[in-house]
Design a protein around this ligand. Structure first.
Ligand code: KG4
Ligand code: ZN
Length: 358
């Protein structure tokens, strides 16, 4: 099963070809065109700019990949249909449908969150084959998902306000650091003391599996403005420690409660080495297997989308031609409350400024 995958849900244009043989998943090729440099000047993602970039980049990227993977060898085309930015999703979905129709191949609309859920497995070259508990942490989402069996997802909890990546981005912004904030905060935190400031651990003992990070952000702001001799590295390290502690403790608690032996970590924030180390250590302490997404598959990428589709095509699934994108798409069976895209990444500019951009 050989699948062409396309991902344009936010500010990364990505194309990949993934092969599935038995339980093995192999990424034949993947390309990611990041738009971070374009959006940095605005301190977040400008939807019109993102959409235009997808329009410009997607077709050359697909054409560039085809000599290595002949059309005749492909078994299907997959694309992210949500959650994400409506206009960005539309570029990928329209392209994928047209491509599949012209090539006489089936197409499949894939849930971006299921892609993130697959990425720790894809990083090991295998398809998910048993029960696991997934922590997905990105700029738009913070989800704890129990998968008792492949393709069976129960959302145990989500964030009630900011997503984990969003809190990194917002804290970075208030500290005067550039976008995206996650890597900047992590860089400074390496020189700081994680125990320097006792920031709150939001909802750590709430008794459920939801998260809240906006109070933490407010505490950082208050501390930064009040403490004249506040150290930036100490604040970053203490903030990172607070986020990490809540994410890791709640994941391990959920694994215990649901009697799951495999815990996974994915999404853009899983690029944070401090979080990865704490996650792996806690899992080891509890006798669990921890699977963490490889950096190639932790931020938005098409390989994870193609991987989901390869498994679903194999089960005989196809999407109807009239399937539309859904910016607020949820994971099946989900009770998550967060909207499709976190609001820190996506800028709301006044219309005149927007027009000047496009
Ligand atoms: O998964 P992703 O690429 O896009 C979304 O689907 O949102 O995640 C991007 C998010 C951003 O908020 C970014 O600040 C965060 O992931 N991020 C990090 C790190 N690298 C990226 N957060 C903390 N530490 C990092 N090293
Ligand atoms: Zn994502």
């Amino acid at each position: 099963m050989l699948v062409l995958g396309i991902e344009t849900s936010c500010d990364e244009t990505s194309v990949a070809v993934v092969e599935k043989r038995g339980g093995t998943l192999t990424v034949i090729r993947q390309e990611i065109a990041s738009q971070i440099e374009l959006h940095r000047a605005f301190g977040g993602v400008v939807p019109e700019v993102a959409t235009r970039q997808h329009l410009l980049r997607l077709d050359p990227m697909v054409r560039g990949m085809l000599p290595a993977v002949p059309l005749a060898d492909l078994d299907g085309v997959a694309v992210t249909v949500g959650p994400g930015l409506a206009t960005s999703l539309l570029v990928g979905a329209s392209y994928a449908k047209s491509f599949a129709l012209a090539a006489g191949q089936p197409w499949l609309g894939v849930n971006h969150l299921e892609g993130h859920l697959f990425s720790p497995f894809l990083s090991r070259g295998v398809a998910p084959d048993g029960a696991h508990l997934a922590l997905i942490v990105s700029g738009g989402h913070t989800l704890l998902v129990h998968a008792p069996a492949p393709f069976d997802y129960r959302v145990l909890g989500s964030t009630l306000d900011d997503a984990a990546g969003e809190s990194f981005d917002k804290v970075a912004k208030l500290l005067g650091l550039p976008y995206p904030g996650g890597p900047e905060v992590e860089r400074l935190a390496r020189q700081g003391n994680p125990a320097a400031v006792a920031f709150p651990r939001g909802m750590l003992d709430s008794g459920d599996f939801n998260f809240s990070f906006s109070g933490l952000k407010t505490s950082v702001r208050t501390h930064w403005h009040k403490e004249r001799r506040a150290s930036l590295p100490d604040i970053c390290a203490s903030f990172q420690q607070a986020v990490t502690e809540v994410l890791v403790k709640k994941t391990m608690r959920a694994a215990r409660q649901h009697n799951v032996r495999v815990v996974t970590l994915s999404g853009g924030v899983s690029g944070n080495q401090f979080l990865c180390a704490a996650f792996a250590q806690a899992a080891e302490r509890d006798g669990l297997t921890a699977l963490v997404a490889d950096p190639r598959y932790s931020t938005d990428n098409a390989a994870m989308i193609a991987a989901v589709a390869a498994c679903r095509f194999e089960r005989g699934e196809r999407s109807p031609w009239d399937l539309d994108v859904n910016p607020n798409l949820r994971l099946a069976g989900g009770g998550e409350s967060a909207p499709g895209m976190g609001n820190s990444k996506v800028l709301k500019l006044r219309s005149r400024r927007r027009e000047a951009l496009i």
